[in-house]
Design a binder for this molecule. Sequence first.
Ligand SMILES: Cc1ncc(COP(=O)(O)O)c(C=O)c1O
Length: 376
Amino acid sequence: MSFDPYAVPSPCYVAEETKLRANCALLKRVAEESGAEIILALKGFAMWGVFPIVREYLPGVTASSVNEARLGAEEFGGEVHYYAPVILDHEIDEVVKLSHHLVFNSLSQLERHRAKALAAGVKIGVRVNPQCAVVKTDLYNPCVRFSRLGITAAELDETRLDGITGLHFHALCENSADELEEALAAVEAKFGPLIHTMEWVNFGGGHHITRDGYDTAKLVRLVKAFREKYGVKVILEPGEAIALNAGVLVASVVDLIHNEIDIAMLDTSAAAHMPDVLEMPYRPEIAGGERPGMKAHTYRLGGMTCLAGDYIGDYSFDAPLKIGDRLLFGDALHYSMVKNNTFNGVPLPSIGIWNADGAFTLLKSFGYEDYKGRLS
Ligand SMILES: Cc1ncc(COP(=O)(O)O)c(C=O)c1O
């Protein structure tokens, strides 16, 4: 059944069950063929209303805070892996209670928290930084010069690694298997002898496995070869790949104004509801929308906060926009709900799912208390 954007509240993040299942099924197949364990990175996608679906395919989550670990334990089940750039002293007891795998960002963090983790029976490891600049945008490049993420080979004093059974690296962002190959070459060149002494290696996230054209056969080959060479378990922890193209943000045109150009004012906001549009920056696809000038009617799509730069971009349409029209922003599930905010007091979009049988289920709507509750 086709999706009816007028049958949902506006604005609303809508997951499409069929597409979410297709992503998860592909990830499960890759896990089975490669022998890797693939878990969901909650920092990218934490829409817990669909965890029962994702859990049918994936065995666990990775968390980067106590809140995410707790959400994983309570709502996802299965394994909870944990990595955060720092773990605070008052967090560690809860972290070790919730986690099965725990990765430290530095030798000093390892030394500070090791005893509690081992006493709790948690598998521990450290994050290494292979210093390979595969990602070209600094904001998203964990291997950028002077990076604080992971231990470089020069700083990795192997006499201080007591008790660890695994290594973690995260060097990719929306990358292909070719770029993973490049990162793995750097990891092996810098840490090869150490890997031979490990039980597991976590290849981090940033694997764009569910993107059209991603070479899954190559990923399977790379993982298998690595597992065989080092005798280790391999873990992948993508976030984006789980939700990629599996849902939309439905928004409405609420006003039409003109200032040299036509501007459509929406009941959503780049700054509040899709912050990556401004941060990455990236341009979301819109159903029926094209680059400016390609179709007859071009509009700048403006957000509802008073930040001057709160607009989503310029798009053209076949017909003039009208107040009340619904717009569907594509690929709106990952790094949206987990990053949105109530700047200007604008309400958060509702959250729902378009079920495989064609019915829409509203999972959550937000109101004044959600805004007020974050302040005091
Ligand atoms: C350590 C770590 N693991 C996993 C991920 C998930 O990455 P992605 O959503 O790009 O797959 C990230 C993203 O920043 C990360 O920092």
